[in-house]
Design a protein. Structure first.
Length: 197
């Protein structure tokens, strides 16, 4: 997130909209950090047009696809597709829809305030039969996730993949911030109808 912010702050040509970077805490305690900000933002709530949640990037396998939770609910889906195409990435469907992760992470605090949101993360595609991203992820989740061993010393971290994911997030931010039109909920979308303004 800091590198994406650094990239935006160093630009000579700025996008049409301002971009706010926010690091929150307490997701596992009921989204308390993001909920507080979304409910009491430091900028006028009506000026917040979208939320792109940069939650996880394992950097443990070559990045070939993106899973963008919530992309199907708003015009942010087109933003995700455009950014992915620019980096030769595929956008894959959520492999675990039964987990309903879109409503279990920080972007949902913004959704409840009527703000379209998306939560992109690395997908599980692999062009190398020796690399099984889903198996790598499951092992990481069982042995390192939310544990002291989930640190910068863990084996297998590939910062080139982290850079590619950061570029994807940067492009999403740029496409949203440089568009004169606000992102909108898709017609008849559940979240738009229940939370949209």
């Amino acid at each position: 997130m800091l590198e994406v912010a650094r990239a935006f702050s160093g630009m000579k040509t700025r996008p049409k909209r301002s971009i706010l970077f926010l690091a929150v805490t307490g997701e596992e305690k009921g989204l308390i950090g993001s909920d507080y900000f979304a409910s009491f933002p430091t900028v006028p709530k009506g000026k917040i047009v979208a939320n792109v949640n940069m939650d996880e990037d394992q950097m443990l396998w070559p990045l070939e696809d993106i899973i963008a939770l919530g992309a199907e609910h708003s015009s942010l889906g087109a933003v995700v597709q455009k950014a992915a195409k620019r980096l030769d990435l595929i956008v894959s469907p959520d492999p675990q829809p039964e987990q309903v992760r879109f409503v279990r992470s920080d972007q949902y605090s913004f959704v409840r305030q009527g703000i379209p949101a998306v939560s992109p993360g690395p997908g599980f595609k692999s062009s190398d039969p020796k690399v099984d991203p889903e198996a790598i992820f499951k092992k990481w989740e069982q042995t390192r996730y939310h544990q002291p061993k989930d640190d910068m010393e863990q084996p297998g971290l590939d910062f080139r993949q982290g850079m590619k994911f950061a570029q994807f997030i940067y492009l999403c931010g740029w496409f949203i911030a440089d568009d004169a039109s606000r992102p909108v909920w898709n017609a008849h979308d559940f979240f738009g109808e229940h939370h949209g303004n």
